[in-house]
Design a protein around this ligand. Structure first.
Ligand code: MF3
Ligand code: CO
Ligand code: CO
Length: 277
């Protein structure tokens, strides 16, 4: 049986109960999320061939520090970086390093800040130079999947409606949905109940209620859905080495639908128009 409780009365850990947040929490997550969006916006013009993911990570760290926020990934379960940078066939949790980006790469940059105790978590795809049509299309489909999932968020629907909408769109476009990672409750904690699956049926999952805050973060592959984690313990890659993309927003359930906290104030969180080969 799933239970819900007022976040203000909740222990600061994942008990499996679903926290229902009030106005103060929404204001806090809104601010943390806005900072994440601003950071991801600032990275847009920087992502060009030759840039290293370590340089991206340093920027994410400094940007957080400059605005009073801590990157949530830093020392999280042994992770040692301020961001995840996942290139091409890397599905998620790519570890920043000194390898330069190359023309035609697609990269997901995933940033979570803790500001005043509140978490905001978002990721986007960035084109590196000119893309092949297939890479560009995968990013578009993945973004559309995220937005289809967000459109299914409203009180009374189950979280399965989100997964069903994402899966239907991905498979219509002959792409596959990664099953091994999911969205998650967020707010006072980085990863909290409930899990938000990116596949499934509308009758599954828990009923959404106003005050819930969680992420939706579909990982979509051009090939098969299966992943493996490399020996570094983090980097998840597609087993068939096909391209993978991901977009992530932090959202809050409202009386009528949802508020997307991590939207770009500059409209830079969409695949947009990319130069093409
Ligand atoms: N930001 C990721 C997410 O969307 C989690 C990264 S955890 C890390 O949930 F340890 F890999 F950084
Ligand atoms: Co997340
Ligand atoms: Co994230």
């Amino acid at each position: 049986m799933v239970t819900y409780l007022e976040a203000a009365n909740a222990p600061l850990k994942n008990t499996g109960q679903i926290k229902l947040y009030g106005d103060d929490a929404f204001a806090g997550v809104r601010l943390a999320s806005r900072l994440v969006a601003d950071c991801l916006d600032a990275l847009a013009p920087m992502v060009v061939p030759g840039l290293t993911t370590a340089a991206i990570d340093r920027f994410v760290f400094e940007f957080g520090m400059d605005h009073g926020a801590l990157p949530a990934t830093l020392n999280y379960r042994g992770y040692r970086k301020s961001s995840c940078t996942s290139i091409n066939h890397v599905v998620c949790h790519g570890i920043p390093d000194e390898k330069p980006l190359r023309d035609g790469d697609i990269i997901n940059i995933d940033v979570t800040y803790i500001l005043d105790g509140w978490h905001g978590d978002s990721s986007r795809m960035y084109p590196v130079g000119a893309l092949k049509r297939a890479s560009e299309r995968l990013c578009e489909v993945t973004y559309e999947c995220l937005m289809a999932g967000i459109a299914a968020v409203r009180p009374g629907n189950r979280t399965g409606a989100i997964g069903a909408a994402i899966q239907a769109h991905a498979e219509k476009e002959r792409c596959s949905v990664v099953r091994d990672f999911c969205g998650h409750g967020v707010g006072l904690l980085f990863h909290d109940a409930p899990n938000i699956l990116h596949y499934g049926s509308p009758s599954e999952g828990v009923e959404m209620r106003p005050g819930m805050i969680f992420t939706i973060e579909p990982m979509i592959n051009l090939g098969r859905p299966h992943v493996k984690v490399l020996s570094d313990g983090w980097t998840a890659v597609t087993r068939d080495r096909s391209l993978s993309a991901q977009y992530e927003h932090t959202i809050g359930v409202t009386e009528t639908g949802c508020e997307v906290f991590t939207l770009s104030p500059k409209d830079l969180d969409t695949p947009g128009i990319t130069p093409r080969i």
